[in-house]
Design a protein around this ligand. Sequence first.
Ligand code: ZN
Ligand code: ZN
Length: 660
Amino acid sequence: MVALSREFSTARSLVYISKQLDQLRLQHQPPRQPAEPFVPFSQLIHQRKLLESRLISTLDGCTHLSQIKQVHAHILRNQLHQCSYVLTKLIRMLTKLDVPMDSYPRLVFEQVRYPNPFLWTALIRGYALQGPLQESISLYICMRKEGTGPVSFTFSALFKACSAVLDVGLGRQIHAQTILIGGFASDLYVGNTMIDMYIKCGSVNCGRKVFDEMSERDVISWTELIVAYAKSGDMKSAGNLFDGLPVKDMVAWTAMVTGFAQNAKPREALEFFERMQDSGVQTDEVTLVGVISACAQLGAAKYADWVLDVAEKSGIGPTHNVVVGSALIDMYSKCGTVDEAYKVFQVMKERNVFSYSSMIVGFATHGRADAALELFHEMLKTEIKPNKVTFIGVLIACCHAGMVEQGRQIFASMQKYFGVAPSADHYACMVDLLGRAGRLGEALECAETMPIEPHGGVWGALLGACRIHGNPDIAQIAADHLFELEPNGIGNYILLSNIYASAGRWDDVSRVRKLMRIMGLKKTPGYSWMEAEKGVIHKFFAGDMTHPMSEEIKQALEDLLERLKAIGYQPNLNSAPYDMNDEQKEAILMNHSEKLALAFGLISTDAGCTVRIMKNLRICEDCHLVMCGASQITGREIIVRDNMRFHHFLNGTCSCGSFW
Ligand code: ZN
Ligand code: ZN
């Protein structure tokens, strides 16, 4: 008991002593450091979130792998190596830098015990972009097996992968997944990438079905389909969809304008462009290039002047925009106003190979060989390398000027000095060059020995040369090739029969005519058109009396022909069908569409104005003769664009030198 009590008292005194010691310690302690402040858990989370977002935004600014690795070190130091949120960004940045998925990104991913769907998707997306596509599908399957739900990005990545390899079958299976898993079939983002996938794989109809079933659509869904319809040439469906589009943005308008322009419906293209202007939607260079190409097809130079104005006002005029500038050069040349084209060329602050090539081709096709060659030499002094189109222009120029030797040299230099392999088009130019110069044998040899398969243009050039120089034997060889390559090209049959007719070989004429009958070939109706005022196109068919000014046109034409006859014009009856009498022939010739257009041009424009006429077929010899004479007696410049080239008639002569 004593022992116990002693022990007890010892214990008590021990407690006492220790209390005393504590007191002492307290008194002798250096001033105490402020204690670590107490941090509530919610604030810790907040700090971590801040750190995560800081790391993500740092990652966002990385442009090199080494920088990413530094950030990765921070991630590890801060024990965020399991944080799907930050690692998703890391993998996305590695994908952006094209780091192979199998290496670094895969290692990062595999360290994570419970990757969230976004981290899975980052890897799936990486494989989808880099390939193999199979790997992203396998990952998707693993992800589903682990019970991690996909997110809309997962599907968009997979759809993009399918469109990259054009695998519509796999695309359909993933489409099925979006329905099976539920909730995704109606997702706007998933729907849009699905439409895109079907369109890219070539089934616009499936894309349309997805579109029709979408519960929510945005401007992207509409526009994607409109663009697809326009590209496939189905302007009717594109138009219907466009009309239903609640808010029409620039992309949708542009799709319509360029769609019509690319599908040879230039009038509609201009119509839509005007509606677009009225609606106040901004125009960009893509829209303008579409409009400009429509003007070129129509030969609507006056309309183009207005387009140029619009371009300047929108700040995308030729001075500052090389794409618009080059398109304008091409367009003005095609409208027959090569001087306007050159004005555009001169104001351009920046020029590229397209600007130079368009201008060289423009000069060349208008018979201004010297200007074309001079510009070519100027181009060679710049940094800009000539391309295939440049050489086409240069060769056409040589052709017009009859510069056979220079043409040959340039042709030989293409591959040797500029690394541009001659195409069939370049060979066609050479055949044309030799043929026009009367070297038909050499032209034939060139066509027969060229290292690539000659196309219709090559043989067509030879046939044309045979007409100029009256060589029915070589003409037959060229025609035989043409009949094989273009069995329905009626122009070749007509040209051949005309060559025989000029040589007086009537048996051959009827043989060719018979062949045409057997083939059931019908003549394409010839028509001509011209732009009277801005964008107003007057179209004339042969013998057409439907124009409101028909009577005046007929009278003007009769007066003109009378004045021509007074200075020695004789109708060229070879240009009319052979099975008629001369009077009938003359009546037919008089009604040729380009003559009607000429007469209309003369009475509807001011004296001294240039008359510009476009024709869908080649101008006939008689009309060529009339145009020459008309330019002489009226003192006007007359420009005819036929399906082959430009004819500038001035003071009784034509820029083509009567070779066409
Ligand atoms: Zn004619
Ligand atoms: Zn001509």
